[in-house]
Design a protein around this ligand. Structure first.
Ligand SMILES: [Cu+2]
Length: 149
């Protein structure tokens, strides 16, 4: 019986929170946000440590190299530390994020480099491998940094 009461209490609390969240969303929608800034609540700038790993997947003709994760999201003003690791044991890769002056040409197999910058401008920015000739798919070793306003 105690368990039943506890379950019902928990249900009421969760359902109530759901109603509040729904009403908040409705109210926000009625405000007709006209810019991305109003869609995402602002937050104080933070220090973010984000691991990104270069992976080789598949084999033979199906071999390809990918960044994991290939999409990274931060907020404007964040101090970002990328921990870029090369998990491809067959080749040297690099990491370049030109919009923020990040350019590391050589990350040896198994090595990790720490790259720091401040995400001081909202937008969507490409990053890529900076070691030309690392593999046939070098030009497709790309990803995106999303800086929310
Ligand atoms: Cu590469």
């Amino acid at each position: 019986m105690k368990n039943l009461i506890a379950f019902l209490l928990a249900f009421v609390v969760v359902a109530g929170a759901g109603v509040v969240a729904f009403e908040t969303t409705q109210g926000h929608a009625q405000a007709a946000p006209s810019s991305a800034a109003s869609l995402f609540p602002s937050a104080a700038p933070a220090e973010r440590h984000i691991p990104i790993t270069m992976m080789m997947v598949g084999n033979g003709k199906n071999e390809m190299h990918v960044w994991l994760h290939s999409t990274v999201t931060v907020r404007a003003g964040d101090k970002v530390t990328l921990e870029v690791r090369n998990a491809d044991m067959d080749a040297v890769h690099g990491f370049s994020l030109p919009a923020f002056g990040v350019d590391e040409h050589s990350i040896q197999p198994g090595q990790e480099k720490t790259l720091t910058f401040t995400a001081d401008k909202p937008g969507i920015y490409d990053f890529k491998c900076a070691q030309k000739g690392c593999a046939e798919d070098h030009d497709r070793q790309t990803g995106q940094l999303i800086v929310l306003p």
